[in-house]
Design a protein around this ligand. Structure first.
Ligand SMILES: Nc1ncnc2c1ncn2[C@@H]1O[C@H](COP(=O)(O)OP(=O)(O)OP(=O)(O)O)[C@@H](O)[C@H]1O
Ligand SMILES: [Mg+2]
Length: 284
């Protein structure tokens, strides 16, 4: 278990994702996602139509607790739309979208889904440019945790300790007092992931995190994500095959999407050797 992602006992205070004080039969707190059957995320027959065009077409996919799943596929395959559905930004017309065994994400709105433990990173880093790096991390913890931390003293000792831990994890300790706007693109990408980690997510969705960063920074990002393995489940959409290789290794599962559904799934070597995949994506 990664110590950076453990919850402080006093963070919970008996509130659930909807802000009420007791559970009502559904398991809603991030620490209580039911992964007893393996998957932390389960999509079945998910369809999204835009004016008759099916961006997702009976998409069925599941991700195990603690897994780092890479998703590849051609432009327009529906990868971002899938993340939009998981996070409640886009509603699917049919299908199931579950977090763990019991949490029906289709019934929840975007803020509730974020609070329940799904962190999402868009392609463009969104950091507070005119604030120092450390303060970005502190603000990230406060803004998404609602009213409770705001009532507490400004920068509590556990909060400070967590900021320091995340800075070290991000390899940004030397840059803690620089303005976030002065960081390189790759450092900003890492900082934004750190901001998500401040919220102690159970599942991180990363959409093309390596786009536009240098080769060196790409490998640093891969090391960061590999370091989170086991403590936080991750879904990483990416076109950069070196990056995918660094994340998937020899045994990690890679999902290839095309035309709104899963085209192939298996180790990177397996999907690379798949004729349909070569034809529709890799060989182009
Ligand atoms: N709001 C929308 N309205 C209409 N069509 C949309 C909308 N959002 C996505 N689409 C279409 O759905 C398809 C899937 O788009 P999506 O962005 O999910 O693909 P993607 O796999 O993320 O592609 P890329 O690799 O280029 O990011 C595309 O054809 C896109 O034009
Ligand atoms: Mg996309």
């Amino acid at each position: 278990m990664n110590p950076y992602l453990t919850r402080d006992k006093d963070d919970d205070e008996g509130t659930n994702a909807s802000g009420s004080t007791t559970g009502l039969g559904h398991i809603l707190r991030p620490g209580e996602i039911d992964v007893s059957h393996g998957p932390i995320l389960y999509l079945e027959d998910v369809t999204v139509s835009f004016d008759g065009f099916k961006a997702l077409n009976k998409l069925t996919l599941s991700i195990d607790e603690g897994e780092l799943r890479c998703i590849i596929g051609p432009n327009g395959a529906g990868k971002t739309t899938m993340m939009d559905v998981i996070t409640g930004k886009t509603r699917c017309q049919t299908g199931k979208v579950f977090l763990g065994q019991t949490i029906d994400l289709r019934r929840m709105d975007e803020p509730s889904i974020a609070r329940i433990g799904i962190g999402r990173k868009f392609q463009k880093p969104t950091v507070f440019a005119s604030h120092p790096v450390w303060e970005n991390l502190e603000l990230a913890m406060k803004t998404d945790k609602g009213w409770w931390p705001s009532l507490r003293s400004r920068f509590t000792r556990p909060a400070q300790a967590r900021v320091e831990e995340i800075l070290s994890l991000l390899n940004l300790e030397q840059d803690a007092f620089r303005l976030a706007g002065d960081l390189s693109h790759g450092q900003k990408q890492r900082l934004e992931i750190g901001m998500l980690l401040m919220q102690q997510p159970r599942l991180l969705l990363l959409d093309e995190p390596a786009a536009g960063i240098t080769d060196e920074e790409t490998m640093e990002l891969a090391a960061l994500l590999n370091g989170l393995r086991g403590s936080c489940s991750m879904m990483v959409v990416e076109h950069d095959m070196d990056f995918v290789g660094a994340l998937a290794g020899d045994t990690g599962k890679v999902t290839v999407m095309a035309e709104g559904s899963v085209l192939a799934e298996g180790t990177l070597d397996t999907v690379r050797a798949n004729d349909t995949v070569i034809e529709s994506y890799l060989g182009r």
